[in-house]
Design a protein around this ligand. Structure first.
Ligand code: FAD
Length: 578
């Protein structure tokens, strides 16, 4: 397996493509400039390659484990030390509010950094990722007092965060959760219940863990309208900020998974000892789901980015292997030439590379839209940017994570039999990638969000305006845009019979995302004007995508408009093999 090399030049290229520099004009980012971003990316790229990447394989083999007879989790060798280095260097604080000790950098820069962290070690990256989500929820909805106690330590990374939504009967349907919180005389709450699949719910890398837990208070309305959000710290915090008593929030067991083995995925019990875990309400009663929505865009974008990051990591391995492995004489080549000379191998590599560049363009554009929606000085521009960000989030999440699985599988294929053998390490990327289409809202749910909530924005004008912009960029995008426009109009026209459009939501999402990806590559080709090898490669990658990937949009749109009859007309029992 090749050593991970942070693709800083490619990342910088994509940042320029989406116009990072525009953000420096906003008062919020007046202290940031291109030079500081360059230095940050170069240094973090080095740090990721030298600190996180070397413990990726060991983490996969060793797993995190519950120490027998305790409620403590030991992370794999090197994880604790790597995390301490991460905290000491202050990497986790880069995008957060300077008022809480953050660096105040654009989210777009944080996303670029996150790509390198996740490529180098996806299982490790989940700890900072979950902390990030908890910081965001607390920053937007926590009282001043809660922010004062928790935020600085979380922004610095000294304390980590978790998100506790899922219960055995409440997965995609979060509204079915039954964990409860009872009021205590002192104004705090006592939380009871079991949560499953809680990422980094317990570990040994930080002094305290700040759990954000969704639960119901007495007499709460049914469903998502009756959910409240609580902070339940592993250790209670004394008035002077020091750590106090151990709270009744404990890991019961860890899941045995097919990938991200180093990441402890915990079954958590709250209040098992009897009196309840001490909790503090975040925001108003019964507004927990609304609070979750605030951080959902960022969280979903970050999970989408996992697809890109793990595909990039697998691609680096695949290229290296293709350049070294000798097997058969490539047509027109010499004896001893490597398999990279075979057109089919080259096609596989170009399929991977072109999608990686398209995904980077999409996710970075999405991150910039989020920055604009929060910090653009003009209110109309902020609203416009939020619409774009909202539209792109399900594409970033679902398209990139589906591609993460597809492209890591292709990397295994490039390795032939050696890909199926664990020693080469490429199989780990495939196993790790498989979770991303499942968590943070399954990709099926993302497709429903796209057609049910996002397409109807401004009566369809948000998506149709975007399609106009895409079409105006490059004539080669015209056919795909025409197909997607037709499918979009068809879906919007079936609002009265949603089952028809729901049936084709997933192929529709892929068609739209593939077209947006083509747009990013068209802009890439226009930006790569030099006659050097780097620019030529950027242009030829775009040409490959136009010739080989964009034509699939037509078939996807046909699926999107096929309707529900063939899917739903037979009774469910008849689906069994007989
Ligand atoms: C490794 C790992 C880490 C995780 N980390 C966390 C965490 O930190 N915190 C946390 O709270 N949770 C976490 N989760 C839980 C994760 O978010 C859920 O697994 C996910 O939301 C899906 O829920 P489920 O597993 O119950 O699947 P289900 O909801 O049962 O879904 C099963 C299938 O049915 C489909 N489906 C369900 N409902 C619909 C619908 N309405 N329309 C169309 N299709 C539908 C789904 O798309 C899916 O294909 C994690 C899970 C894993 C495996």
């Amino acid at each position: 397996m090749a050593d991970y090399v942070a693709p800083v030049r490619d990342i910088r290229f994509a940042l320029d493509l989406v116009g990072l520099d525009d953000l420096f004009k906003y008062p919020a980012f007046a202290h940031v400039d291109a030079g500081s971003v360059d230095d940050l990316l170069t240094e973090y790229g080095r740090f990721s390659a030298e600190v996180f990447a070397p413990i990726n394989r060991g983490g996969d083999k060793e797993h995190s484990v519950v120490l027998p007879g305790t409620a403590e989790v030991r992370t794999p060798t090197g994880f604790r030390d790597a995390y301490q280095q991460y905290v000491s260097a202050g990497w986790g604080s880069v995008p957060f509010d300077p008022a809480h000790g953050g660096g105040g950098f654009p989210w777009l820069v944080a996303i670029a950094m996150q790509e390198m962290l996740t490529s180098s070690n996806m299982a490790f990256s989940l700890c900072p990722l979950l902390t990030q989500g908890a910081i965001e929820a607390l920053s937007h909805h926590g009282s001043e007092e809660l922010q004062e106690i928790y935020l600085r330590k979380m922004v610095s990374g000294e304390w980590t965060g978790t998100m506790n939504l899922t219960e055995p009967q409440a997965g995609s349907d979060v509204g079915a959760l039954t964990s409860k919180a009872l009021p205590a005389a002192d104004g705090t709450w006592r939380v009871f219940g079991q949560k499953i699949y809680i990422t980094y719910g317990e570990h040994d890398m930080a002094d305290n863990i700040v759990h954000l837990v969704l639960a119901r208070i007495p007499d709460a309305p049914a469903g998502t309208k009756g959910i409240s959000l609580f902070i339940v710290p592993k250790f209670l915090v004394n008035a002077d900020g020091s750590l106090g008593a151990r709270n009744d929030a404990k890991v019961v067991s860890l899941e045995h998974k097919m990938g991200i083995n180093a990441s402890p995925t915990c079954v958590m019990a709250y209040g098992d000892d009897g009196d309840g875990a001490v909790g503090f309400m975040v925001g108003e009663p019964n507004t927990g789901m609304r609070s979750m929505f605030t951080m959902m865009n960022n969280a979903r974008l970050s999970v989408g980015l996992e697809g890109l990051a793990i595909a990039e990591r697998a691609y680096q391995d695949a290229v290296q292997y293709a350049l070294e492995r000798v097997q058969g004489r490539p047509v027109g080549g010499a004896v001893g030439d490597a398999i990279v000379g075979h057109p089919d191998v080259r096609r596989t590599l170009l399929y991977m590379r072109s999608h990686i560049e398209a995904m980077r363009g999409l996710t970075f554009m999405n991150a910039k839209a989020l920055d604009m929606s929060r910090h653009h000085p003009d209110a109309d521009e902020r609203a416009h940017a939020l619409e774009l960000a909202d539209l792109l989030v399900p594409l970033s999440k679902a398209w990139c994570t589906d591609l993460g699985v597809e492209l890591t599988s292709m990397a295994v294929q490039i390795f032939g039999g050696m890909g199926f053998v664990e020693e080469t390490g490429v199989a780990q990327h495939y196993r790790d990638a498989r979770i991303a289409p499942i968590y943070e809202g399954t990709n099926g749910i993302q497709a429903l969000d796209l057609i049910g909530r996002k397409l109807p924005m401004r009566g369809g004008a948000v998506v149709l305006d975007l399609l106009d912009d895409i079409e105006a960029t490059d004539a080669r995008l015209g056919a795909a845009v025409g197909e997607v426009r037709r499918a979009t109009t068809w879906i919007l026209g079936h609002a009265a019979a949603p089952i028809e459009s729901m049936a084709g939501a997933t192929p529709y999402l892929r068609a739209l995302a593939t077209t947006v990806g083509g747009w990013m590559l068209a802009r890439q080709a226009q930006a790569a004007v030099g006659d050097d090898a780097y620019s030529a490669a950027k242009r030829s990658t775009a040409t490959f995508y136009f010739d080989n990937i964009l034509p699939t949009v037509s078939g996807l749109c046909a699926q999107a408009m096929a309707g529900s009859h063939a899917l739903m007309s037979v009774p469910a029992e008849a689906l069994r093999s007989q």
